[in-house]
Design a protein around this ligand. Structure first.
Ligand code: ZN
Length: 427
């Protein structure tokens, strides 16, 4: 298997929840010599230093300082979360069978969640002598399944079906009285008394590379862990730059980014402001010479439904990095930011595709324009083309994995400066 694909597959196969994805990214940063900073402690930044911080256990921000006086920030933003199901409070539903009550998180496609092994992973908050402490937990075994109703009992299932989220999507956990055992196993995994939880269902199927020439892959959470991974690899592998490379990976994109650790919060804004204060930089000058790449996957031309794409702006799998455009600023790209990113991709020898919604289809949104409300800098929205977005098992192109890593490696190594007439030099 392609080396970059293999590394991505390993990451996807271990990132069973937002917390596990974040922990894996943190491990990459630590391995590369990054020092953890804490928002509640003093920072001592030194030229050439490499740092990261996390928030809420599910968002991470890393940066490194050049040895000389810094130019603007080179930022990328992506997200750790995926549409799925969250375990509810008082989640044990007793009866002839024991089921686990769940609530839909984000805009998931429901049908693929049925009739396949599922498990539970996330974070629990346990009681300690002094207070409370967070721990990651993962049952990491085939534990649950949401069974379909037999076609004999629902003859119209293949004519389009409206799923009732309080009835149809409740997973089966065990026989009668399995609830206590579930809770005991959870406390055993947590190693303490659980006072609070953020637990999510995940599908057990691992990454599969497939196709006549193994040109495609499928996995859970390709949106947006593929971009989060590529941005991290690009960030870590890039050459020296007088700019300040910043890697931001947020939670809560699938539910509007409005959490403590989402792109609408002040996580990045306060970190960048603090870097400026520590280094005696004028913050508004610093921002005016910065740039943001909002990296979140986009829609590929669908093999069975080409009519859903815009004729001239319909990216394909393995066709290269996608720049996303929207006149109403759902995507932040403008002519200048697109031109800057095209130059970056040319430096990296990576092909570029473009995406626009069909004019009569509303399309989705992402975290670029939300994060600009906190940190306003010139920005481009990009991603990779994928199929079945928001399915629990999505599909993308193997070659694109390398394309985005190369593009992000080039991006984080550029020297970006504002010119007298408001343009940029990109070297
Ligand atoms: Zn996304």
């Amino acid at each position: 298997m392609d080396k970059n694909m293999k590394a991505l597959a390993q990451f996807l196969n271990s990132a069973h929840s937002v917390y596990h994805a974040t922990a894996a990214l943190e491990a990459e940063l630590r391995k590369a010599g990054y020092t953890r900073l804490q928002e509640d402690k003093a920072w001592e930044l030194v030229p050439g230093g490499k740092y990261y911080l996390t928030r809420g256990g599910s968002a991470v921000l890393a940066f490194r300082l050049p040895k000389a006086a810094p130019e603007g920030f080179l930022i990328s933003a992506s997200h750790t979360d995926r549409p799925c199901f969250k375990v509810k409070e008082n989640g044990i539903l007793a009866g002839a069978y024991t089921r686990l009550a769940v609530e839909k998180y984000g805009g998931a496609i429901i049908s693929p969640w049925l009739d396949r092994p599922l498990s539970v992973a996330g974070r629990v908050t346990v009681e300690t002598e002094e207070g409370v402490e967070n721990r990651l937990v993962d049952f990491d075994r085939d534990l649950l399944l949401i069974p379909n109703v037999a076609v004999h009992m629902n003859r119209k299932i293949n004519e389009g079906y409206a799923w009732n989220l309080a009835v149809d999507t409740i997973p089966l956990l065990g026989g009668k009285d399995a609830g206590d055992k579930f809770w005991k196993e959870l406390e055993k995994l947590a190693g303490g008394k659980v006072l609070g939880h953020d637990l999510y269902l995940y599908v057990r199927q691992e990454t599969s590379v497939w196709g006549l020439e193994e040109e495609f892959f499928s996995a859970p959470a390709i949106d947006d862990l593929e971009c989060a991974w590529a941005c991290t690899q690009g960030f870590l592998n890039a050459g020296e730059t007088p700019n300040v490379p910043v890697l931001a990976v947020f939670d809560s994109e699938e539910v509007g980014s409005g959490s403590y650790q989402g792109a609408a919060a002040d996580f990045m804004e306060s970190a960048l402001a603090r870097i400026c204060r520590e280094l005696n930089l004028e913050e508004s000058c610093q921002k005016a010479k910065s740039f943001l790449v909002s990296a979140d996957n986009g829609h590929a031309l669908h093999p069975n439904h080409p009519e859903l794409s815009d004729g001239n702006n319909a990216p394909v799998l393995n066709g290269g990095v996608v720049i996303k455009f929207n006149a109403n600023q759902k995507y932040t790209t403008d002519g200048q930011s697109a031109a800057i990113f095209r130059k970056v991709c040319r430096k990296a020898d990576v092909p570029v595709q473009t995406y626009c919604n069909r004019a009569d289809i509303a399309g989705g949104s992402t975290l670029g324009n939300i994060s600009l409300r906190q940190v306003a800098v010139p920005s481009v929205d990009i991603g990779l083309a994928q199929l079945a977005m928001h399915s629990c098992y999505e599909t993308a192109g193997v070659q694109d994995v390398t394309y985005l890593q190369k593009a992000m490696t080039a991006y984080y190594g550029i020297t970006l400066k504002v010119t007298e007439n408001g343009g940029f030099t990109v070297k």
